[in-house]
Design a protein around this ligand. Structure first.
Ligand code: GDP
Ligand code: MG
Length: 163
C-alpha cells in the first residue's frame, strides 16, 4: 500500500492548492470519502517518482458545530490516526499565527514524520515568515509555492527518505 500523506494547517494557507498540485489531475481523480469523513478528500498523489495517497483535510474548517481550536484538534487527531507522513502548511506571507502555534503543539506529540511547509513563498514576501517558522519547533521549514509550483524539488528531497 502507498503511504498516506496528510496535509494539515489552518484555513487559507493553501492546503487544497497543494493537494491539487500533488494530485495533478484536477477534479477527475479526486474522490470524496463517504460517511463521517465526507469532508476529507483523498486521492493518488505523486511527486517525481514518489507515489503516495494524499489527504486534504479541507472541510473541517467549514464546520459550524464547533470552535476553531476544537476543529483543529479533531482535524489533527484524524490526520495523525490515518496518515504516515504529515505536511504541516503555514502561510509564509502571514507569518506564524496563534493558530499555527496551536497546530504545532498538537503535531509535535506525533510519532509520524512532519514536514513544515512555508507556502506562498514565491517572490520575497515570505522571507520573514520563513525565518519565523523555525520558532514552531517542527524542524527545518521548506519554502514552497503551491500555486506556482516552486520548492517542489526541496519537498521531494525531504519526502523521499520517508517513502
Ligand atoms: P486552504 O484553505 O488551506 O485549503 O487554502 P486554499 O488552497 O484554498 O488557498 C487559499 C488561498 O491562498 C487561495 O486564494 C489560493 O489561491 C491562495 N494560495 C494558495 N497557494 C498559494 C501560493 O503558493 N502563493 C500565493 N500567493 N497564494 C496561494
Ligand atoms: Mg482547503
Amino acid at each position: 500500500l502507498p503511504p498516506i500523506v496528510a496535509i494539515v494547517g489552518r484555513p487559507n494557507v493553501g492546503k487544497s492548492t497543494l493537494f491539487n498540485r500533488l494530485v495533478g489531475k484536477k477534479l477527475a481523480i479526486v474522490d470524496d470519502t463517504p460517511g463521517v469523513t465526507r469532508d476529507r478528500r483523498e486521492a493518488d498523489g505523486h511527486l517525481g517518482d514518489l507515489e503516495f495517497r494524499v489527504m486534504d483535510t479541507a472541510g473541517l474548517e467549514n464546520a459550524t458545530d464547533d470552535s476553531l481550536p476544537a476543529r483543529m484538534r479533531r482535524q489533527t487527531e484524524q490526520a495523525l490516526a490515518d496518515a504516515d507522513i504529515i505536511l504541516f502548511v503555514i502561510d509564509g506571507r502571514a507569518g506564524v499565527t496563534a493558530d499555527d502555534t496551536h497546530f504545532a503543539n498538537l503535531l509535535r506529540r506525533s510519532n509520524q514524520p512532519i514536514l513544515l511547509l512555508v507556502n506562498k513563498a514565491e517572490g520575497q514576501a515570505a522571507r520573514a515568515g520563513f525565518l519565523e517558522a523555525y520558532e514552531l519547533g517542527i524542524g527545518e521549514p521548506i519554502p514552497v509555492s503551491a500555486e506556482h509550483g516552486e520548492g517542489m524539488a526541496d519537498l521531494y528531497q525531504a519526502l523521499r527518505p520517508l517513502i
